[in-house]
Design a protein around this ligand. Structure first.
Ligand SMILES: NC(=O)c1ccc[n+]([C@@H]2O[C@H](COP(=O)([O-])OP(=O)(O)OC[C@H]3O[C@@H](n4cnc5c(N)ncnc54)[C@H](O)[C@@H]3O)[C@@H](O)[C@H]2O)c1
Ligand SMILES: [Zn+2]
Length: 360
């Protein structure tokens, strides 16, 4: 069953379409979204290319598009200035004009990179997201944040650039590795924790990758809907949008502890949610049973509850956290399952609570 959500940003309204097999209709959908475009640059990566590019490009050509295929090496390293310049040059050599468009066919890396290319080429051309990882389908393709990484850190050069549409084909998830799937599940579980207890309970009942796939349209739709609400209330990354950072402050410390290689973002967030729940209990905000519920669901989806983190790394990560201002930090805690609250606290107080958890 097809599901459609409208992100009603004033003047930049767009739809998120979720349907199995939607990739084969990419052409007609993109034609409807970009009626004046003649050329479409499809950005993908070296893993997605052999799986889905031909089908997508064929559909686009049938709809009358001239298609340029741009593939980048799979992996976070492609989200870099060098690849961005290559894309710009290829797109201009292809003869793109301001009425043409860019489509991202891939995970969050491709979406962020292609989106930033679209935001900047000719001062901005139309952009369509065709996310193929769970993380990209439930998180990165919605909200309009696009970016590349710099030597100084992740996502440091970027823009807000809303897509003209988001085309989600859940069947693409069948080829994902288990690791990439559970990585996305961390964010899915996060939505349950911060916004909707019933959704958390549905995921808990599904209990496995196969179980979630039976409800995948509903799962993706719920996540996109929750992210949409947050984006609409708060497009510029403050207030409510901050609750999406649940598990992320401490998760970043874990990612850093593994030098961004040992642990994926989702694994860091998973353990970060468990730790944030424990901190909430310690502060008298989170009911103790929530910790058990979170630990149990993480276990079901093959996500870590704890990640070893040297004390120096924890202090560094908390100090570097972008949500920090001065000597205070805003941590997202759970008042109950399904209800997140931002809590400002002194950095020192947070570190005091974390010290015993880091085994000091
Ligand atoms: N813009 C945002 O709001 C936002 C939000 C969260 C994350 N992000 C960004 O997203 C990126 C992570 O995204 P990701 O987890 O999708 O990583 P990714 O794009 O690297 O994809 C993960 C892996 O899966 C492969 N892959 C993609 N689709 C596949 C498919 N259908 N079948 C088999 N393999 C497939 C990719 O080639 C890659 O090897 C990070 O750069 C992060 O900063 C952005
Ligand atoms: Zn995240």
């Amino acid at each position: 069953m097809k599901k459609t959500l409208t992100v009603a940003l004033p003047g930049r309204e767009y739809q998120i379409e979720i349907q199995r097999g939607l990739l084969d209709q990419a052409g007609e959908r993109c034609r409807a979204l970009l009626p004046r475009a003649r050329k479409l640059a499809v950005v993908t990566d070296s893993n997605v290319l052999p799986l889905y590019l031909e089908r997508t490009a064929d559909s686009l050509k049938r709809a009358g598009f001239q298609v340029l295929c741009c593939s980048v090496p799979a992996g976070e390293a492609a989200k870099c200035p060098e690849q961005l310049v290559l894309l710009w040059e290829k797109m201009m050599a292809f003869g793109m004009t301001r009425t043409d468009g860019v489509a991202a066919l891939g995970g969050g890396v491709v979406g962020d990179l292609a989106g930033f290319a679209a935001a900047t080429l000719l001062r901005g051309v139309d952009f369509i997201q065709i996310p193929t990882t769970l993380l990209a389908q439930v998180d990165s393709s919605v909200g309009g944040k696009v970016a590349i990484d710099l030597q100084a850190g992740k996502n440091l050069a970027g823009a807000f650039w809303q897509p003209k549409g988001v085309l989600i084909d859940p069947d693409c998830l069948n080829t994902l590795s288990d690791r990439a799937f559970s990585d996305g599940m961390a964010e899915v579980i996060k939505y349950g924790c911060i916004r909707e207890r019933e959704f958390f309970e549905l995921l808990d009942r599904c209990g496995s990758r196969a179980g979630v796939m039976d409800y995948i349209e509903q799962v993706i739709c719920t996540c996109c809907d929750l992210k949409r609400q947050v984006v609409l209330q708060d497009e510029r990354d403050t207030g409510l949008r901050m609750t999406l950072n649940f598990g992320h402050t401490i998760g970043h410390a874990f990612e850093l502890a593994g030098h961004y290689e040992t642990w994926t973002h989702g694994q860091g967030v998973a353990a970060g949610m468990n730790w944030a729940a424990q901190l909430g209990v310690g502060l008298g905000i989170t009911p103790p049973e929530v910790v058990e519920q979170i630990r149990s669901i993480l276990n079901k989806f093959g996500l870590p509850q704890d990640i070893p983190c040297p004390w120096e790394t924890m202090t560094e990560a908390v100090g570097l956290d972008k949500k920090r201002t001065g000597d205070s930090i805003t941590l997202i805690l759970l008042e109950r399952l399904g209800q997140a609250v931002p809590r400002r606290m002194k950095k020192d107080q947070l570190l005091e609570l974390l010290e015993p958890m880091c085994g000091r």
